[in-house]
Design a protein around this ligand. Structure first.
Ligand code: PLP
Length: 372
């Protein structure tokens, strides 16, 4: 048996993959975490033009090309009124690397990191990879992240907490009062707040707000083109933060990634600077599907808070329901894949054509009748 690191032995391959593999080829897949739209034409063209002009052949600067970082700064100014300098931005290999360098640069053995439960699977794993201890804190009954629960979980070892709005797997959007509370907690307890905002543009009710508006020094914003522009394959995200935090994250990024993929950087620059109507159109479609799925699940008899963003819905489900759905050809993900507090829930992604969603709902109704 070869020798492996203790840190790697503490994490495992995400449970979500196993669910996909258990399902047949014709199954309707409501398990996916990516939009079912093509990447906007102007974003693709940005990459094509750069490649054809020979601009994408070499390493870029470690932080990324200036045009992209300027476009990211304009995006944060436009959406949230934030005032970053392009030097405060590092382009990364997706939101995933952004989360990785944010945690790696700030926490390590002996530290605790408070994460939402249920929460995106990477928070637990990436925290463990730093040698720090994840401290999962259950979300409220309406599936929003609870600032009071974060504050209660703080110990002398707490170094950071992660918030995620709109949330995966919940679709929950933190109201402004909670966002302000996250900022206050970070400042009062001198903690890092990692704010994962990759679904920030996909909001139906209310507004997306960021703790960085109220505690800019304490917050690392993690964002990406992946969900907003249906660009998961391009692997392009970023961190934005105070200069001394950026300098530490750059040390990690420089050695694990050197720079984000050059063609992807040009595509992202075009996506962010070009027409935004594609995003609005996609969000309108998601909202229609959200309503269809939430109404359909309630008609079946399932309890489900109305998700206000992202493209997930998380109903409470009876025991055996997830397996019954998968057996009948509808792939959904058991809530416990996202943390212990997810037990008794399931995550459904509605990034799937309306006709498929309608068919899936009728199959789920049969599954519910079979297990309840
Ligand atoms: N953060 C959240 C909440 C996500 O759901 C995901 C992907 O599913 C990511 C980050 C990672 O995104 P990327 O594909 O840009 O690495």
């Amino acid at each position: 048996m070869p020798q492996f690191s203790d840190r790697v032995e503490r994490i495992s391959i995400s449970g979500i993959r196993e669910v996909f593999e258990a399902a047949g080829e014709d199954a309707i897949n409501l398990g996916l975490g990516q939009p079912d739209f093509p990447t906007p034409e102007h974003a693709r063209q940005g990459a094509v033009d750069a490649v054809e002009a020979g601009k994408a052949d070499a390493y870029t600067g470690n932080k990324g090309i200036p045009e992209l970082r300027e476009a990211i700064v304009r995006k944060h100014e436009r959406d949230l009124g934030l005032d970053y300098d392009p030097e405060q931005v590092i382009a990364t290999a997706g939101g995933s690397e952004a989360l990785h360098i944010a945690l790696e640069a700030h926490v390590g053995p002996g530290d605790e990191v408070i994460i939402p439960d249920p929460g995106f699977v990477a928070y637990d794993a990436l925290t463990k990879l730093t040698g720090a201890e994840p401290v999962p804190v259950p979300v409220r009954d309406d599936l929003t992240i609870d600032p009071a629960a974060i504050e209660d979980a703080i110990t002398e070892d707490t170094a950071a907490f992660v918030v995620n709005s709109p949330g995966n797997p919940t679709g929950a959007v933190s109201p402004l009062s909670d966002v302000k509370a996250f900022a206050r907690i970070a400042e009062e307890h001198d903690l890092l707040c990692v704010s994962d905002e990759v679904y920030g543009r996909i909001v139906f009710d209310g507004d997306h707000r960021s703790p960085a508006e109220f505690a800019p020094e304490q917050t690392v914003v993690v964002d990406a083109c992946s969900k907003t522009y249906s660009m998961t394959g391009w692997r392009l995200g970023w961190v934005a933060a105070a200069p001394e935090r950026v300098e530490r994250m750059l040390r990690v990024h420089q050695y694990v990634q050197a720079c984000a993929s050059a063609p992807a950087q040009y595509a992202a620059e075009a996506a962010l600077s070009g027409p935004q109507a594609v995003v609005t159109g996609m969000v309108d479609t998601f909202e229609e599907r959200r309503d269809l799925v939430v109404d359909g699940l309630r008609d079946i008899g399932l309890d489900v808070p109305t998700p206000e963003g992202a493209f997930y819905v998380m109903p409470e489900v009876p025991e055996g329901f997830v397996d019954e759905c998968i057996d009948r050809g509808v792939v959904i993900v058991p809530g416990e894949a996202f943390g212990d507090a997810g037990e008794g829930y399931a995550r459904l992604s509605y990034a799937t054509a309306t006709e498929e969603l309608e068919e899936a709902l009728s199959i789920m109704e049969e599954a519910y009748e079979a297990v309840r």
